[in-house]
Ligand binder design. Structure first.
Ligand code: GAR
Length: 217
């Protein structure tokens, strides 16, 4: 058995979260809303993005949160982007980094800097249908149930230890609209699951043993 790595809850005071987004940011919004209650145990201290002009950044602005944008195309090499993103996040001294609809693969420097403390949410039941098209890949495969997975990020694509999953049924009608309605139903479950998991990690801490994530209580 691999030795356990323990991440204690932050005491005293709320855990510090940096949230990374690429799109509409409804998962970010769910975290912003949850963090308005001090009992949640975490506060969002910054929002990062890989692109401008997204609703996720508008949500950060409305909530009065500092935000930063690093676009891959503005850097000579992917490794330079990875370093800049790592430094921008590290500046905020996060206890946890949440990738909530962040559509870029994090580089090795970033993963090493925040190992075991990066939480991702994915719109499929991993290990099935990893990658950028989890909803439509599941639909095309013909599955009858799909859902969402909240997991820790490792060096692979959606391969890290699973923390929690939520199940959503696929209906015949879902094949008619290309998966949009299905994705919306998944996101309803996903937002709730992400808030629940992040709150528990912040309040209780966690332990990683082999591929298992243990949260006390
Ligand atoms: C979420 O469904 C998330 O799981 C997915 O993007 C959506 C973002 O929604 N992420 C991925 O597909 C990553 N592979 P949001 O911007 O409204 O939070």
């Amino acid at each position: 058995m691999a030795s356990a790595k323990v991440f204690p809850p932050r005491t005293p005071g709320p855990a510090r979260l940096v949230v990374l987004v690429s799109g509409s940011g409804t998962n970010l919004q769910a975290l912003i809303d949850a963090a308005a209650d001090s009992a949640f145990g975490a506060e969002i201290i910054a929002v990062g993005a890989d692109r401008d002009g997204i609703a996720g950044l508008e949500r950060a602005e409305r909530a009065g949160l500092p935000a930063f944008v690093h676009r891959v195309k503005d850097f000579p090499a992917r490794a330079d982007w990875d370093r800049a993103l790592t430094e921008a996040v590290a500046e905020h001294r996060p206890d946890l980094v949440v990738t909530a609809g962040f559509m870029k693969i994090l580089g090795p420097e970033f993963i090493a800097a925040f190992a075991g403390r990066i939480v991702n949410t994915h719109p499929a039941l991993l290990p099935a249908f990893p990658g950028a098209h989890g909803v439509t890949d599941a639909l095309a495969y013909g599955v009858k149930v799909t859902g969402c997975t909240v997991h820790l990020v490792d060096a692979g694509v959606d391969t890290g230890p699973i923390i929690a999953q939520g199940v959503v049924e696929v209906t015949d009608a879902d094949h008619a609209d290309g998966g949009d309605a299905l994705h919306e139903r998944i996101k309803t479950v996903e937002r709730q699951l992400l808030v629940e998991v992040v709150g528990r990690l912040a309040r209780e801490g966690h332990r990683i043993e082999d591929r298992k994530v243990w949260i006390p209580a």
